[in-house]
Design a protein around this ligand. Structure first.
Ligand code: AMP
Length: 397
């Protein structure tokens, strides 16, 4: 089976052609500068092709993608009929979507309804969907939502303690993000530990970071909120903050709320804590090892906040069996993993320092006598999208 995975942004579109059974990617690429001029970056194995192709809209980008996939020289399939289905990444499913689903007119209407909740991403995601429908009208399309995995949270986790009318009238609540990654890691971890019923905390630590409390495969709580700004500090996002800080900054410096939110989203996090040294954890590690105290503080604060949420979620689930680390930092940065686990001795968490040195591989890093299994599980959101898409399309036949 061939699934085309599409992740459409406002001026870019990423694609992968994947076999959902093996996870093998036969080709992948990026259409960029859509609406400006248009450039296609295509990759088959180690072979990279860059072509300037006019892309006034997402339709031309999809057409260029399909053309290169079937190209006699650079392509990997003979005809677009070999694409069994398309899986679209969609940011916000609001309260409309609890799972991935086959796209029809009602689904498009519901994704449009969620635009106020994902004003930057959902319109771009819709452009990707509509472009595919135009260029390949008979191929099934599936929407996979970044929020859906978290929809099993109980009200005590997703409701904010603000007047009910904002929940009822405006759907203001915790949604959570990185759901496709959390879902993949939860499923894969169940395979790795050989159990279905267990309590886990998953730490998706990357440039954007989020954590989830998962019991028996279902999300119980997550750190991001109405938007991805909440939770632990991130590369450039502040994470949790007293909302009155916004009022203070706006009053003192004359910022608009949007300007202030821009500071919290783009100029905060470990970038700010390191006094603008970097948002990249590798630079912070180098800085800290060279004696830069701000870089050391940024890493320390990050580990501290992650460990605090592990504790909170352990309390929320009345226990923890497995702790997992994933995404760029979680998979690669043994220093952060060790820094988080140092706080968790009271839970009986023990990691093996030698195993913890490994990077980017699926691996149990806890010692045999650790009371909690600690795993590194590299995430694969594209595989999750491909598998959800294939399952839905097969079930519909
Ligand atoms: P992501 O958003 O998941 O792509 O993760 C990006 C983050 O992962 C960046 O802050 C990188 O510093 C971090 N990262 C990627 N590779 C490594 C590595 N080898 N060691 C430490 N951090 C890494």
């Amino acid at each position: 089976m061939n699934i085309l995975i599409i992740n459409a942004g406002s001026s870019s579109l990423k694609y992968q052609l994947m076999d959902p059974d093996t996870g093998v990617v036969s080709a992948k690429g990026l259409c960029e500068r859509i609406g400006i001029d248009g450039r296609l970056n295509h990759k088959v194995g180690d072979n990279k092709i860059v072509k300037d192709i006019p892309m006034p809209t997402h339709s031309e980008a999809i057409a260029a993608t399909l053309a290169i996939l079937v190209d006699e020289v650079d392509g990997v399939i003979k005809s677009t009929d070999e694409i069994d289905a398309v899986g679209h990444r969609v940011l916000h499913g609001g309260m409309e979507f609890f799972d991935s689903c086959i796209i029809n007119d009602d689904v498009i209407t519901a994704i449009k309804k969620c635009i106020p909740l994902g004003p930057l991403h959902n319109p771009a995601n819709l452009m990707g969907i509509e472009a595919c429908q135009k260029v390949m009208p008979t191929t099934p399309q599936v929407a996979v939502f970044d929020t859906a995995f978290h929809m099993t949270m109980p009200p005590k986790a997703y409701r904010y303690a603000i007047p009910t009318e904002y929940y009822k009238n405006d759907s203001i609540r915790r949604y959570g993000f990185h759901g496709t990654s959390h879902k993949y890691v939860a499923r894969r971890t169940a395979e790795l530990v050989g159990k279905k019923e267990f309590k886990m905390v998953n730490c998706h630590l990357g440039n954007g970071s989020s954590m989830s409390a998962v019991k028996d495969g279902k999300c119980q709580d997550t750190t991001m909120g109405l938007t991805p700004l909440a939770g632990v500090p991130m590369g450039t996002r502040s994470g949790d903050i007293d909302a009155a800080v916004v009022q203070f900054l706006c009053n003192k410096y004359g910022y608009s709320v949007d300007e202030c939110l821009n500071i919290l989203n783009k100029k905060s996090g470990v970038l700010a804590l390191s006094e603008n040294l970097s948002s990249d954890f590798r630079d912070l590690e180098n800085g800290a090892s060279e004696g830069n105290e701000s870089a050391a503080l940024a890493r320390e604060k990050f580990c501290y906040e992650v460990a605090k949420y592990v504790g909170a979620y352990t309390a929320a689930m009345n226990g923890i069996d497995v702790l997992t680390f994933t995404a760029g930092v979680g998979e690669n940065d043994g220093g952060v993993r060790a820094g988080v686990c140092e706080y968790l001795g009271y839970l009986g968490v023990k990691i093996d320092p030698e195993l913890n040195k490994k990077r980017g591989t699926e691996l149990k890093i806890s010692t045999p006598d650790s009371k909690v299994e600690v795993w590194v599980v590299p995430t694969n959101e594209e595989l999750m999208i491909a598998q959800d898409t294939a399952e839905l399309v097969k079930a519909a036949k």
